[in-house]
Write a protein that binds this ligand. Structure first.
Ligand SMILES: [Zn+2]
Length: 406
């Protein structure tokens, strides 16, 4: 077989996983030798890390055995990992180099990070798990910029990243950790694999990996494609959070035993077998009728039974979250500028860079208020205990001024 690979094109329009899948799927071709012609030069060994550049055609001439087909697939796999990685990070750096000229506040950076920076990898994360190192590298860049650092220099981090990545009602900034986001995408993909048995890609994958059950216990992961390996990584999460309806009901009883003559669920009867929460779940499911077709998998965490990235993210990550607390709404519901909300959030975290905090961090020995020299500069001192702050506040209130310019 001859493969002409235009790196740039393949990059933009054909997913690498697809390319390597295709190669592996050519297992039917059997022969004896394996050669590569690259830009007119015949070589015996193919090393993708040496000299391949975007825009160059890559010609692979090969009469393959099973082994050789797999080998080419594996090499492209590796190559794609490296390339995807660099590509995404370059893209993020480019955006940042542009934004950094705007000199934004914390609030500005958080908004940008949420709306743009952290969503750049989304496209690539929808079908494969990207390496942990790549996620960490991107988050490191984002983290640095949020706290006012630059490409090469980090600044003081006031609230740790783990907290920032929690939902806003849990004390965070509502950023999503990339790995968590990535896994949520794959969970959704897996859910679609269950829900769309008629789709071509599902048929192909299922027949290739010989999957017959509706909700297989596990996947064979030896010698499989990138997509399949990614799916297998989150498969347990999918299984745990999907219910087969109506097979999930006690195997001794038939579903029809719980349906009344008028076609509604027999809730009293269900309560004999299940706790109230389960009954609520069942009640949310449309009552099965003969004309409704086969059982379908349902996502437990959405009334519609459909898996969304948002619910998947919550299911996968909530065990790491702090408890939800109405306290945080004090900051987020403040009717004013976003940067004041952000400032209130820092206060609630007790993380203003006061002299007391700077002393705690070993940055200074002097914890007193530099403005009034009356006592330690704590947050409450800065806000109202300091005589000078109080005077400013009084002046502002009596002249009808506002919190401008903070
Ligand atoms: Zn003071």
């Amino acid at each position: 077989m001859t493969l002409k690979i235009d790196i740039e094109k393949a990059y933009d329009s054909v997913g690498w996983p697809f390319l390597s899948d295709s190669l592996k799927d050519m297992e039917a071709v059997t022969s004896s030798s394996f050669q590569i012609l690259w830009n007119g030069t015949l070589s015996e060994e193919f090393k993708p890390t040496r000299g391949i550049r975007q825009g160059y055609d890559l010609i692979l001439l090969s009469k393959t055995t099973d082994n050789q087909a797999n080998l080419v697939g594996a090499i492209l796999d590796q190559f794609s990992r490296f390339s995807d990685h660099k590509f995404i990070i370059d893209k993020i750096r480019n955006k940042l180099n542009y934004w950094v000229t705007f000199n934004l506040s914390l609030a500005g950076w958080v908004t940008l990070a949420k709306a743009s920076l952290m969503t750049i990898p989304n496209y690539f994360m929808q079908t494969v798990i990207i390496p942990k190192g790549v996620c960490e590298q991107i988050e490191q860049i984002a983290r640095r910029f949020i706290w006012g650092g630059s490409k090469d220099k980090s600044k003081m981090v006031l609230v740790n990243w783990n907290t920032c990545c929690q939902p806003m009602t849990h004390g965070g900034l509502g950023l999503r950790s990339l790995q968590g986001q990535n896994e949520s995408f794959i969970v959704k993909l897996g859910y679609q694999l269950l829900m769309r048995p008629e789709a071509l890609w599902v048929k192909v994958l299922k027949s290739k990996y010989k999957i017959n059950e509706t909700l297989p216990i596990t996947f064979k992961t030896k010698n499989c494609s990138f997509v399949w390996r990614s799916l297998s990584r989150v498969w347990d999460s999918i299984r745990e959070n999907v219910t087969l309806v109506p097979d999930a009901i006690d195997s001794c009883a038939a579903v029809r035993d719980f349906i009344m003559g008028n076609g509604d669920w027999d809730l009293n009867n269900l309560r004999v077998l299940f706790d109230e929460e389960t009954v609520r779940y069942i009640n949310a499911i449309p009552v099965p009728r003969d004309d409704l077709g086969e059982d379908l998998p349902m996502w437990r965490w959405h009334q519609s039974g459909k898996c969304t990235v948002k619910t998947a993210f919550s299911v996968l990550n909530r065990s790491n979250w702090d408890t939800e607390n109405k306290l945080w709404n004090l900051a987020w519901e403040f009717d004013g500028w976003q940067r004041i909300r952000q400032f209130l959030w820092l206060i609630l975290h007790n993380r203003l860079m006061t002299n007391v905090e700077r002393t705690r961090r070993g940055l200074t020995m002097d914890s007193t208020c530099p403005t009034s020299r009356e006592g330690d500069e704590t947050i409450s001192h800065v806000l109202w205990e300091c005589p000078k702050a109080r005077m400013a506040l009084i002046r502002m209130l009596t002249t009808g001024g506002t919190f401008l310019g903070y």
